[in-house]
Ligand binder design. Structure first.
Ligand SMILES: NC(=O)c1ccc[n+]([C@@H]2O[C@H](COP(=O)([O-])OP(=O)(O)OC[C@H]3O[C@@H](n4cnc5c(N)ncnc54)[C@H](O)[C@@H]3O)[C@@H](O)[C@H]2O)c1
Length: 334
């Protein structure tokens, strides 16, 4: 059994902890959160120990950690855990700066612990099958790609300026584009719009749109936002489309197949990422957490490399530079 603790008992950490608690390969050995109330509540619910800080957790017999801290706090804690020889499943984005991502990668290569970045779309069958179709040559050579996701305004309001929409939301699609096309994004031209968030006193963009150039001459369009009203039927409007020389490929994650119309309106619940079925979490997140444990046990490499995660951060770094400069910017090749 792998003794695992979850760091961060917020939205994602709670889901991770529930996945870890039901995995037969692991023992949920603790919940770490500096907010004692939420940390203790989750620990009690899952019948495990509450630990106040990562330092406290390092004194326990814990082999691996799932880190689900706010984006800007990924570096310090992950580096500490990795340097102490603990394996880490770190929520995306790997870090919210390129220097931060590099520091985590360095700690992983020197510290003895193994590092997996939790890019959940890698475990979404629709995206994984799209990647295989492109690899097989089903649509010929990639000509252009359009990818993005628009979350609801409440996500941006909750973040309250603590992270950019391109890190909290957009990094999913940045990685998907580079992974599925097999081509790196080399140059970006990005513009941001800020109307909704400032009207609520939040210093943040609502959305960032980018025109991108990929290696080998393909072009692309990336869109990320937390601009949609919360009254819509689904929480994430995600789309991914490629036109190739011989065919096209589309992923549409707005419709998960179940539509419910009731007194509160029309709802399309999540049927893919972390659906609750018979009281247990299922779906992509369960698969992601399971893959982490399975690879730790078998010694096999994780399905996604650390380098790929650093490359996604490098694209976001260029996107934010372009928003700032108003000019196209070159992606640092890492
Ligand atoms: N994979 C996905 O689809 C997905 C979806 C949402 C969020 N995320 C990612 O998950 C991560 C967490 O996001 P969230 O929305 O769950 O955040 P959150 O704000 O809901 O939770 C963060 C938790 O960390 C705790 N915390 C803060 N500082 C701490 C510290 N130093 N030590 C221990 N605990 C501390 C907070 O008290 C809080 O409980 C982010 O990196 C985010 O980008 C991923």
């Amino acid at each position: 059994m792998i003794n695992v603790a979850v760091v961060g008992a917020g939205f994602m950490g709670s889901l991770h902890a529930r996945c870890a608690a039901r995995d037969p390969r692991a023992n949920l050995a603790g919940i770490v959160d500096t907010n004692e109330e939420s940390g203790r509540a989750l620990a009690q619910r899952l019948d495990t120990k509450y630990l106040g800080t990562a330092e406290e957790a390092l004194k326990e017999d814990i082999d691996a950690f799932i880190v689900a801290l706010p984006d800007r706090l990924h570096v310090e804690t992950s580096v500490k855990l990795l340097r102490n020889g603990r394996s880490v499943l770190l929520e995306k984005p790997m870090a919210d700066t390129l220097d931060g991502a590099r520091a985590i990668a360095e700690a992983a290569s020197e510290g003895g612990g193994r590092l997996m970045i939790g890019h959940i779309l890698r475990f979404d069958p629709r995206y994984a099958m799209a990647a295989e179709a492109v690899r097989r040559g089903d649509i010929g050579e990639v000509v252009h790609v359009s990818a993005g996701r628009l979350g609801t305004q409440s996500i941006g309001l909750k973040l309250n300026g603590s992270s950019s929409v391109c890190f909290y939301i957009g990094v999913h699609d940045v990685d998907a584009v580079q992974w599925i096309t097999g081509k790196r994004i080399e140059r970006v031209y990005s513009r941001a719009v800020s109307k909704i968030m400032p009207s609520h006193g939040v210093d943040s963009e609502d959305a960032i749109f980018s025109t991108v150039e990929l290696a080998g001459g393909a072009i692309g369009h990336l869109f990320f936002g937390w601009s949609r009203p919360d009254t819509g039927p689904f929480s994430i409007d995600g789309r991914f489309e490629i036109v190739g020389t011989k065919g096209t490929l589309e992923v549409d994650v707005r419709d998960h197949g179940l539509r419910i119309f009731g007194p509160d309106g029309y709802k399309i619940p999540d049927g893919q990422h972390w659906p609750e079925v018979y009281g247990e979490l299922n779906g992509d997140l369960q698969a992601e957490v399971g893959h982490f444990f399975e690879s730790l046990k078998s010694g096999e490499p994780f399905t996604m490399s650390v380098d790929d995660a650093v490359r996604a951060v490098a694209v976001n770094d260029a996107i934010l530079r372009s928003v700032e400069s108003g000019q196209p910017e070159t992606v640092t090749q890492v």
